[in-house]
Ligand binder design. Structure first.
Ligand code: AMP
Ligand code: MG
Length: 321
């Protein structure tokens, strides 16, 4: 399937599997998720097991309605409500104080839960028919490149994952923007740049950039090395030009002035459109990573709009040690 939708029977089967405690990979507009019933700690544990993700990394609970979101959280401050109304369904995750219904495993013991209402029709139908919120991280092994196609998911998990709902490539292609909302003050803080640009959020509400390193602990998606290919990746300017006896791949967000000396070139957007570049980013990284290159060099992206999220991913992918 490549048109973003699936037959009812496939979605119904996936929804039944979720209710029975299975792990189901499903498309969202951002990336493919590895989903389980958010109310079933055993099912959620299977997600961690498959993913090889450290237990302290909290998951996003995906919902099909604002009502379902309200079950998961203790309180929705006005500022959070304003952001929900403006950007849901869509690639915005809100971190709010959790209700007692949310198992600790979903939030990694935190008193807050991350909630998102995805816009993808398959994600929406799956959650609605499952009748429960679906806790899901991205459907890749821990620390690897995020999956934007079902083929990426299958390549990562093979036969160990029975359920993969394939509805073609993810239209946004980078993860959701994560905003923490303080329950007392309503203050909004950006925890992760993503599919909704900071400028768009700020047209609705003040959103602060975190100043304290505390947020780095609270939001492990901010691990220094993350979203990384197994081939070493550097930002152009931070790495030497390709030498004659090495095979270097170039990851360019727009058509580069020169690509001389590179063994492979991926151009994310011919016209330098950042939305198009974001949607193409992870698939291009997967392709370069599969070539057995000595290293990959990425051209830095202007940090406006979705460029902020793209650069965030590139910096983490290039982090060593
Ligand atoms: P992923 O599932 O790969 O899209 O990553 C989920 C993101 O949400 C990561 O950056 C997590 O650290 C972040 N996150 C999830 N729950 C919380 C929470 N309760 N507090 C802070 N950050 C969270
Ligand atoms: Mg992830």
């Amino acid at each position: 399937m490549t048109d973003g939708m699936l037959p009812d029977s496939a979605i119904n089967a996936g929804a039944a599997a979720i209710r029975e405690g299975a792990v189901v990979a499903f498309p969202t507009e951002t990336v493919y998720g590895l989903g389980a019933n958010a109310y079933d700690p055993i099912a959620v544990a299977r997600v961690f097991e498959l993913k090889g993700r450290p237990r302290f990394d909290p998951l996003i609970a995906h919902v099909a309605s604002e009502t379902q979101a309200a079950e998961l959280v203790a309180r929705i401050p006005d500022s959070a409500l304003a952001l929900m109304r403006a950007f849901w369904p869509g690639p915005l995750t809100l971190v709010l104080p959790k209700s007692d219904r949310v198992p600790d495993l979903v939030t990694a013991g935190l008193a807050t839960v991350a909630v998102r209402l995805p816009a993808h029709p398959v994600a929406h139908a799956l959650i609605e028919r499952a009748g429960v919120p679906i806790a899901a991280p991205s459907a890749n092994r821990f620390g690897g490149i995020s999956p934007t196609t079902a083929a990426h998911v299958r390549a990562a998990f093979g036969a160990s994952l029975r359920w993969v709902l394939d509805a073609g490539p993810c239209p946004v292609g980078v993860e959701s923007t994560v905003v923490a909302v303080d329950a007392e003050t309503g203050r909004c803080v950006l925890l992760r740049a993503g599919g909704i640009a900071l400028e768009s959020l700020r047209a609705v509400r003040d959103v602060d950039i975190p100043s304290s390193p505390l947020h780095r602990i609270a939001s492990p998606g901010q691990l220094d090395r993350h979203y990384a290919p197994s081939t070493p990746l550097d930002l152009l300017g931070a790495a030497p030009e390709p030498g004659s006896n090495e095979r270097v791949g170039l990851l360019a967000w727009r058509r580069p002035d020169s690509n001389e000396g590179y063994a492979a070139v991926e151009i994310l957007s011919e016209t330098g459109d950042l939305r198009e570049a974001a949607a193409a980013l992870f698939a291009a990284m997967h392709r370069l990573d599969a070539l057995g290159l000595d290293r990959i060099v990425a051209i830095p992206v202007p940090e406006t709009g979705l460029g902020l999220a793209i650069m965030d991913r590139l910096r983490r992918a290039s982090h060593r040690g």
